[in-house]
Design a protein around this ligand. Structure first.
Ligand SMILES: NC(=O)c1ccc[n+]([C@@H]2O[C@H](COP(=O)([O-])OP(=O)(O)OC[C@H]3O[C@@H](n4cnc5c(N)ncnc54)[C@H](O)[C@@H]3O)[C@@H](O)[C@H]2O)c1
Length: 323
């Protein structure tokens, strides 16, 4: 028997949020998607608009929201540097005022809430891989600070609301995730490489390409978020969710070229400031508490993502993603 719940997903029209809405509806819940469409798009949720269990509300989470729900997944926040650096003040407000608003709602409703935090709270880590107990190495005034410090403050607020008001919280530290519905030209490496390869353009490597990342496929991530939400109330996290497999950026470029059959060549550009050299989660806690780890191979995940971008480019050949 499954328990039917009314679930609010902030940022529900975004890359991760829209897949989460799909998953929650498929599990038989009612979903309220709240989004201001800063980086999200109606295309991501167009297929859900006729579903009587799905509701869409255009709203900016920096303003209070009064709705009745049982659970909240707080995903609203632009996630890529190109987007979150457009308006750094609004980015911090989205994380901080947004957290205060949704936590206040939870306090009133006695609802349960999950925060989409990020590996960026570890900054440029000096500990590798990063366990949850690592406090991070963040530049508080650098170009990424509006995002990193906003997300760090949001975590603080989540734990303060738990301590002070007994709000039931869950904090997921999400590492690089990719898959269909990613933004096309937002500067994130997977979408960049795929689009460049499909267009036969040079593939841009920042630095020598030896920096490493770990990539988690979207379905695995959504599964992890839902598993976390369903843990006992005494388990709050923070908990790392991501792939423990590490690949070099140059290696990723080669795989994308092979899977697309592209004739693209790689070109090198300088490494942006504050770009971490290495990042990989320690997911021992997720394995232990959620019995979770990603199961999609990089090749399978990339193939599905390539198929998505192929279709998008077929429909919008000159498409250039905007903020
Ligand atoms: N994708 C990743 O690899 C990754 C990694 C770490 C953390 N995260 C976190 O997961 C969440 C979702 O990320 P995503 O990759 O789906 O990004 P996304 O940009 O596709 O989605 C974010 C959504 O939030 C909406 N939004 C932004 N500001 C808002 C506001 N003030 N009010 C209402 N809606 C607002 C956007 O329109 C968009 O639909 C974000 O909080 C992000 O920080 C993502």
């Amino acid at each position: 028997m499954h328990l039917h719940r009314r679930i609010l997903v902030t940022g529900g029209a975004g890359f991760l949020g829209s897949s989460l809405c799909d998953r929650l509806l498929a599990a038989g819940h009612d979903v309220l998607c709240v989004d201001n469409f800063f980086t999200g798009t109606k295309d991501n949720i167009a297929h859900l608009l006729g579903n009587p269990h799905f509701e869409l509300l255009r709203h900016d989470v920096t303003f209070p929201l009064y709705v009745e729900v049982d659970e909240i997944y707080n995903l609203a926040c632009p996630a890529s540097p190109i987007h979150y650096q457009v308006d750094p003040v609004q980015t911090t407000k989205t994380s901080v005022h947004g957290a205060i608003n949704v936590l206040g709602l939870c306090k009133r409703l006695k609802a349960k809430i999950l925060q989409a935090s990020t590996s960026e709270i570890y900054g440029d880590p000096v500990v590798h891989p990063q366990p949850e107990r690592y406090w991070g190495n963040v530049n508080p005034i650098g170009p990424r600070a509006c995002y990193d410090e906003g997300k760090r403050c949001a975590e603080t607020l989540f734990f303060s609301y738990r301590q002070q008001y007994r709000v039931r919280i869950k904090v997921a530290r999400i590492f690089n995730t990719y898959g269909p519905r990613m933004h096309m030209n937002d500067g994130r490496v997977v979408s960049n490489f795929i689009v460049q390869a499909l267009r036969g353009e040079p593939i841009t490597l920042y630095g020598d390409g030896g920096q490493t990342r770990s990539f988690c496929y979207v379905d695995d991530m959504v599964h992890g978020l839902v598993s976390l939400m369903n843990t006992e109330d005494d388990f709050t996290g923070p908990i790392n969710l991501g792939s423990a497999g590490e690949v070099t950026i140059a290696g990723l470029a080669e795989t994308v070229i092979a899977l697309t059959g592209s004739k693209s060549k790689t070109v090198h550009k300088p490494l942006p400031s504050d770009d971490p050299r290495q990042r990989r989660p320690d997911i021992a806690l997720a394995r232990e508490k959620l019995g979770w780890e990603p199961t999609t191979t990089l090749e399978n995940g990339l193939s599905k993502t390539i198929a998505y971008f192929e279709e998008l480019l077929r429909r919008h050949p000159r498409h250039v993603a905007s903020a």
